[in-house]
Write a protein that binds this ligand. Sequence first.
Ligand SMILES: Nc1ncnc2c1ncn2[C@@H]1O[C@H](COP(=O)(O)OP(=O)(O)O)[C@@H](O)[C@H]1O
Ligand SMILES: [Mg+2]
Length: 255
Amino acid sequence: MRLAVFNQKGGVGKTTTALNLAAGIALDLHPVRLIDLDPQAHLSAIHGAPPADWRQSIYAHFPDSTPLADLEVDWEGLGRFIPAHAELMKVDSAFGKGPEVLERLNRGLRDLDRLAPRRLTVIDCCPYLGVLALNAIFAADVLIVPVSSDYLSMRGAEQVERTLKALEPVLRRRVERRYLLTRFDRRRRMSFEVESTLRERFGSDVCATTISENVAVAESPAMRRDIFSHAAASRGAADYARLIEELTSQRFLRV
Ligand SMILES: Nc1ncnc2c1ncn2[C@@H]1O[C@H](COP(=O)(O)OP(=O)(O)O)[C@@H](O)[C@H]1O
Ligand SMILES: [Mg+2]
């Protein structure tokens, strides 16, 4: 299975969720492959130094279809990782939006899944809808859409829903998505208001699990760690573990 973590809005917890989902799955369920598909390369910075040369990043897969197997590196304790590079910013202008380029990641992952069939893929997306995000959506079995608990984020979720509704006739399938409330702060009424609006609007496409605002989650990237290795007893670790249980029960985490 392949999960892509996407929202056109920035700062909603995409990278945090991609990292902690991957780490929790690797800890309890299956070997994982994490892909950084964001030119900002935040995940690659958490992994270590992003590669200086774009030929060692996921970007290399776009101009000349470099096999993804050649771009994977180890992520200790987590599995395999394909880093990003700032050059990814050029993908939209360089390769257009033809059907061939939009399927490129899907095809690359199909080859890679044949080589390593028991590995689950998690993709961290960029905060805009272009060739990169479309590649992730086309390649994914399910989209996880983090929505931070504030009003503007709710508008971001509406925008994602409109985008998916427009894409579905092109893809000729429903895009499975799970909206995930993040940065939920029980002390703020706004968090509960955003939650009830989201559940009213998107019903069973909203995860039952919510991710709380949690200091350990916020500080773990600075330690270059996921929440389970940084603070296994934290509320953030419990929330992400519960999310993994929920997605498992919905059969989204099979290999
Ligand atoms: N549950 C959380 N509790 C506290 N801080 C969080 C939480 N989730 C994300 N953050 C912080 O919010 C900021 C944005 O998160 P990030 O995952 O980088 O979002 P995105 O990838 O969508 O831009 C980061 O500083 C991150 O550490
Ligand atoms: Mg990010």
